[in-house]
Design a protein. Structure first.
Length: 301
């Protein structure tokens, strides 16, 4: 190869290298500063240096463990069982393009920041098996894209916000094993796509809302181990998709409306047998069993 040809080859190679460097620089530059700062706040507030798999915070955001970037925005965070501690920062609400966040099975304490309600593109929020306290943000109804919200086995308290009824895309809501108080909001009856509702082992009281009978897609309804009273709503006879129903260890005064339900559809039906007169039952009592479904086995890695 002559000298001219070699020079041309070198120039082309240099242009390729510069182009690649420019591309990777663009990827990093395209992550807005406020989103990167929100990630850094998460890192610093939850003991990032002690995570099982930590971040090189001087490196490109796209290389950070568990962070997914698409079209120049942070769209996913998966730090499942990664030894996070501390508290969630308010800056989490600046991740406006986030679609998936899994912080389950860590040691995160403190309250769920109110700012999380700004994440209106978030579809999956998994916070189970942490040490979260305080109330569920009252503006959670603004998170209209949510399909799955799980926060079981924490220390959440206060009442369930009525605004949850605005999460009309929700298919799974599991807040079992917390310290939630007050009544179950009737607005849950607006969740027409809901397939699984877990409120096991809280301090919920009052009557069970008849509006839950509108949930035609509901397959799992776990209300056991609360302080619920009154009677089973007659409208529960409309729950044609229901397969798992747990109501034991409450203060239910009347099971009369059980006769309106089709027990042959159940895989699990748990109740306080001593409070039910056999005359109301039109199914084989040996078909039922007593189990506590806490959903701990629904782990997604």
């Amino acid at each position: 190869m002559n000298i001219l040809g070699q020079k041309m080859k070198n120039r082309n190679l240099l242009a390729l290298v510069v182009g690649c460097l420019g591309f990777f620089g663009m990827v990093n530059a395209n992550v807005p500063e406020n989103e990167k700062n929100a990630l850094l706040a998460l890192y610093h507030h939850t003991g990032g240096q002690k995570w099982n798999t930590t971040w090189d915070i001087d490196g490109d955001v796209t290389t950070w463990y568990g962070v997914k970037v698409a079209n120049g925005h942070v769209v996913g965070i998966d730090l499942f069982r990664n030894n996070l501690s501390g508290k969630l920062p308010d800056a989490i609400g600046d991740l406006g393009y986030l679609e998936y966040m899994n912080l389950a099975f860590n040691d995160i304490g403190g309250a769920i920041p109110e700012s999380i309600s700004k994440l209106n593109k978030l579809k999956v929020l998994k916070l189970e098996m942490n040490r979260l306290t305080g109330a569920i943000p009252s503006q959670i109804g603004n998170m209209g894209a949510l399909i799955k919200f799980t926060a079981f086995n924490n220390f959440l308290g206060g009442q369930l916000p009525q605004s949850i009824g605005k999460l009309t895309n929700l298919k799974e809501l599991n807040l079992s094993s917390n310290s939630l108080t007050g009544q179950i909001p009737n607005s849950l009856g607006e969740l027409s796509k809901l397939e699984s509702l877990g409120l096991f082992e809280n301090r919920l009281m009052g009557s069970i809302p008849k509006e839950l009978g509108q949930l035609q897609e509901l397959k799992e309804l776990v209300l056991a181990n609360n302080e619920l009273g009154g009677m089973i709503p007659q409208e529960f006879g409309q729950l044609a998709s229901l397969q798992i129903f747990q109501i034991q260890n409450n203060n239910i005064l009347s099971f009369e409306n059980y006769e309106n339900m089709n027990f042959s559809q159940f895989l699990v039906f748990d109740y306080d047998r001593e409070e039910i007169e056999i005359k109301y039952l039109d199914f084989d009592i040996n078909q039922t069993r007593t189990v506590d479904i806490k959903f701990e086995d629904k782990i997604e890695e």
